[in-house]
Each structure stands twice: as C-alpha cells, then as structure tokens.
Design a protein around this ligand. Structure first.
Ligand code: TXA
Ligand code: MG
Length: 339
C-alpha cells in the first residue's frame, strides 16, 4: 500500500543495490533496471501479485502480454516448451544472437508464468539481455522476471534512469542507474511458432540478421497485414498504433508537408545536419552528427522526451533511411505520429 506514496529513487548499479533490487523482486515487489535496449520494470513472472502491480502501475491493458527475462539461454526451457524439433532448431540457431536485444515468442509452459504475463494466451515471449546490470540482477534473482519498458502505457520508453523517475516519481521504486542504454529502442520481437517466423516488432536485430542466423526466411508483420493470416496482429497488441507517443503533436516530414494549417512553433529532429527544417524551428536536435543510424536510435527517445517539455506546437522529424536499424526507428516514429 505504502508503495504508491513513497518517492522512487535512483541508485547506482553497484553490488549492494543490485542485491537490494534482487531482494525486492524476490518479495514480489517491483524494481527498475537497465538493459541494452531500454529500462525495464521488473516483477516475478510467477507471482500474480507482482504482475498485477506491474499492469496497474503502467496502466497497461491486460490484453498486452509481457516479455519474460532470463539470465541464460539454458533457462528458456523453464518457461517455454522447446521440444518440437522445429522450435528447438530455431532457438538453437538464434543462440548466436543471444544474450542480446532479441525476444522470442514460443509455446508457453503455462505453469511457469501467471496467465496475465501471457495475456491469457498459449505463448510466452522470452529475452536474455546482455547488459551487465540486467545480467547480474537476473543471475542473483535466479527466477524468470517479466519486464515491460519502465514507462506508463503508450508513453515513450525510458533510455535513462531519470526517464524512469519522471514516469513513476511516487511509486516507491528503486531504479538501478546503468547510464544511457546503448541500443535505445526496444528489442526485436520474433514469433517462432508459425510455419514461417514473423517479426512482430522490428528492432536493432534486423530481418537480415535473423534470416542469416536461422537459415530460413522470416516475414515482417507489416508484410503480413494484408494477408489472410492477419489475426497475428492481435497477438502483439504492443504493435497498436497509439504507442510510444510524446504529448506534443508529432509528424514525419511528409505528413507535415500535407498539413493544411501548419503550426508555427515547431521542434525539428533530423538524422544529420544535412537535413534542414521546413520552416524556422524553435528547437533543433540532430540525432547523429555523422548520420549514423545506430547512434540516432540510441538518442531518439531522450530527444523526444526533451522536446516534449518545451511547449511546442509540433515536433517534426526529417528523413530516416529504412535500412538496418532505420526500419525500427521508422516503425517507432510512425507509431509516435499515430498515423
Ligand atoms: O527491449 C525490450 O524488449 C524491453 C526491455 C525492458 O527488455 N521490454 C519491452 O517490453 O519492450 P514491453 O512490455 O514494453 O513490450 C513487449 C512487447 C509488446 O509489443 C508485446 O505485445 C509483445 O512484446 N509480446 C509480449 N509477449 C508476447 C507474446 N506472447 N506474443 C506476442 N507478442 C508478445
Ligand atoms: Mg513498452
């Protein structure tokens, strides 16, 4: 009860605080920790109490399942069924990309996670993060930890400890400070259960990297939307459009161009300095001076959060190439624009 009235606090990601966070998690309370993608809000995957607290703190719809975090690939079999040769083969091929920014949707062992983690479904998403603090914490806890991004539902994911504090100032959370996240975008989510694996959420691990590791074709959810099997969409409600949004009206450059009445006080975000704003901008941010997409991905959410505080009439983002991690950046930008 006291939890919601107590201030949250940022603590250094050192031994004693990792130990403290582990104890909190083992008591079925929540704690926030860094991963290489974004900060997570952890809770014991087998505890109904912890998972219910997670959903209510985030304001997350119960239809949106959570990713279960593990310390090692050997633990995948603790929460998922990998005995079919097809699934086992796929998981083993993907060992070379794990630990890392990759989440696998697999048939669930239903007795190992509470139904809410799976949104009542038959599959479970698993991820083994490689961030040293996440690794130390998961190893110490020794049990599967469900960890959505540590933001209120529909908001931009946190890539700094201070972002988590801004999201949940009075949730009595301890927030392990691991500095800025390297990747800065949420993990690639790939469903390994269908005949052809499907990317449900693009991330820094690209379709090409997955196909190379798996040795078989993979489809992106967007390629499937028009096909008959579009019931798959309902499987990953995190892919709904109103997601990852700043409060300030948000546009991609081409959407801005189509606006009839254009706001005057804009914030401009571009990949490099070569891309200039359509009108003079009140605030300008460049994601990567050298136009590097990975650096841009790592900066994007922090820049969105920062510009959201300026009382701008609109935020407009310039050209982003769609190759490599650019695909995931564009995916998040389209969602942020809700169009
Ligand atoms: O990088 C990440 O994955 C971060 C860090 C903390 O690890 N976590 C994260 O969790 O982004 P969250 O809850 O914000 O996003 C989970 C995504 C959602 O799009 C959800 O719908 C999808 O994973 N998901 C989870 N379980 C699923 C399942 N069984 N089937 C299909 N999609 C699932
Ligand atoms: Mg999220």
């Amino acid at each position: 009860m006291g939890m919601l009235s107590n201030p949250s606090r940022i603590v250094p990601a050192e031994g004693q605080f990792i130990e403290k966070a582990a104890e909190i998690l083992l008591e079925a309370s929540l704690a926030s920790f860094p991963t290489e993608t974004v900060y997570g809000l952890g809770g014991l995957a087998a505890s109904a109490e912890a998972i219910s607290a997670l959903f209510s703190l985030k304001g997350r719809p119960s239809s949106n399942p959570l990713i279960v975090h593990l310390a090692t690939t050997e633990q995948i079999g603790d929460v998922a069924t990998v005995d079919s040769p097809l699934i086992r083969g796929r998981v083993e091929h993907l060992y070379r990309l794990m630990p890392g920014p990759l989440s696998l949707v697999l048939p669930a062992r239903k007795d190992r996670t509470v139904p809410a983690v799976r949104a009542g479904g038959d599959t479970v998403a698993v991820r083994i993060p490689h961030h040293p603090v996440a690794q130390a914490l998961l190893t110490r806890v020794g049990r599967p930890i469900a960890a959505p991004s540590a933001n209120r539902s529909t908001r931009v994911s946190p890539t700094r400890a201070s972002h988590v504090l801004d999201e949940f100032p009075f949730a009595g959370l301890i927030i392990l400070d691991g500095g800025p996240c390297d990747v800065g975008l949420e993990s690639t989510v790939v469903d390994l259960t269908p005949a052809v694996p499907i990317i449900l959420r693009p991330g820094s691990i690209t379709k090409g990297a997955l196909e190379a590791a798996l040795g078989e074709p993979v489809v992106s959810l967007t390629e499937r939307v028009s096909s008959a099997k579009n019931h798959q969409i309902a499987k990953s409600p995190g892919l709904s459009t109103i997601h990852y949004s700043p409060r300030t009206p948000f546009f991609l450059k081409h959407q801005w161009a189509e606006l009839c009445e254009k706001p005057l006080k804009i914030g401009w975000i571009s990949l490099s300095q070569d891309d200039t704003p359509p009108i003079s901008a009140a605030e300008t941010r460049i994601l990567s001076a050298r136009g590097d997409l990975e650096e841009a991905a790592s900066q994007l959410y922090a820049v969105l959060r920062e510009l959201d505080e300026y009382g701008l009439e609109a935020i407009v983002v310039g050209e982003i190439p769609g190759h490599g991690v650019g695909e995931a950046i564009l995916d998040r930008l389209r969602r942020a624009s809700g169009r």
